[in-house]
Design a protein around this ligand. Sequence first.
Ligand SMILES: *Cc1c(COP(=O)(O)O)cnc(C)c1O
Length: 473
Amino acid sequence: MKNKLCKESKTIRELLLVLNHQPSGFAFIVDAKKKLKGIVTDGDIRRFLLDGYGISQVVSDLNVKMCTYASEKEDSTSVLKKMNNKIRVIPLVNDDFEPVDYVQYDERQHIPVAMPSLEGNELKYVTDAVLSTWISSSGSYINDFEKNFSNFIDMDYGVSTSNGTVALHLALLALGVGEGDEVIIPDLTFAATINAVLHANAIPVIVDVEKDSWCIDPDEIQKAISPRTKAIIPVHLYGQACDMSRIMSLAQEHKLFVVEDCAEAHGAMFENQKVGSFGEISCFSFFGNKIITTGEGGMCLTNSKDLDNKMRQLRDHGMSLSKRYWHDVVGYNYRMTNIQAAIGCAQVERIDTILQKRFEIEEKYKNIFEKFTFIESQVTFENRSKVAWLVSATVDEKNKEKLIEEFQNHQVDVRRFFYPLSEMPIYEKYLFSNENSKYLSKKGMNFPTHKMVDFELIETLLEKFSQEYFVNN
Ligand SMILES: *Cc1c(COP(=O)(O)O)cnc(C)c1O
């Protein structure tokens, strides 16, 4: 503790020396009688210097305000209660108000929203790839991953890519969707969906989602179809399948391509058929927080040999598949590496187990949510079997921000839903309809979905919240 103390009569230079002697980046300031005056961090000094002050000035010039503190006699629960996102260090004072010890936030208590499950053959296969020296975008893991994942979705061809966003871009390019073409997308989705359309130089048409499934609304698709419409990108949002039977019949009727965005729904089904096997091309993401991961990565699936070839060529600089260094289209480098694919192979081996684990986690949440009237689990449908990506629920809109804050204060990383695309200035001009999407975005939130979730803590926090906000108020 001693080397974390600095008298306010010392200079900033001396304070910097105190900070320099320990890695934690903070010091407690005391007065001449060794009584606590407050806490100073590296950042405070940086701001002080940027404001034009000098290092020969004295610490009292910093105008340090009293910080949150606790008595050394206080029990730990009471001390921990004083901690939150911003207050991460709490000095403990004795009866004379001298700092004698401190409590510091420990990263290990943090429950992230997602955590990949890598306890299978991931390390073994990556090691094998490294030892083989095939670490770039050729190698047997790439072929195996493409084969095994497309088998899992019951599709003929898989073209792996460097991420899910470029998978969407590649799909649109291979289908010839571009300048002047309209592509119908849902308002409630991650921005990658619309960005891919814009990168293809096509015109996104943002339509509303269904209030119950949260997925793109076929009625709105129908209304938005124009002579310029070329494709629909249904997004199977938060593990839920879109109404693929209506979407596919609309597409057939109007001769539109369907590119499924399956980034959040590996293994979900509509009427016993896996999502990703309905459209001309389906796109998956294997980002670190997705259902299975390759770190960064993506894949396009198709049953068309022609589209498979086109995508392979565009992915590899547009180089002819039969004549090396001969380029007959302007292509891209959208390839996945053998190292990423090695992780992917190990993930696909265990995908059924991973999905089952996620399902069990979601069930536990549902049982907890049932006890509270202010929170509602994502709906399940008889003809759509959903998977658990990030466990999602809607809560009373007025209290959502408060609830998120309460969880964040206890180091539980819950998230709000995506903002409606149409509410962001860069996309608002593409709006067709967004009523339900705006409503859901205000109410929706995601909960940590992995094996390290402390369900007792989740329930305690919800219980505490329900008492504070729904009984007393
Ligand atoms: C994650 C995600 C993507 C993009 O995937 P990246 O691999 O991160 O590029 C696309 N669409 C949706 C709906 C997503 O959630």
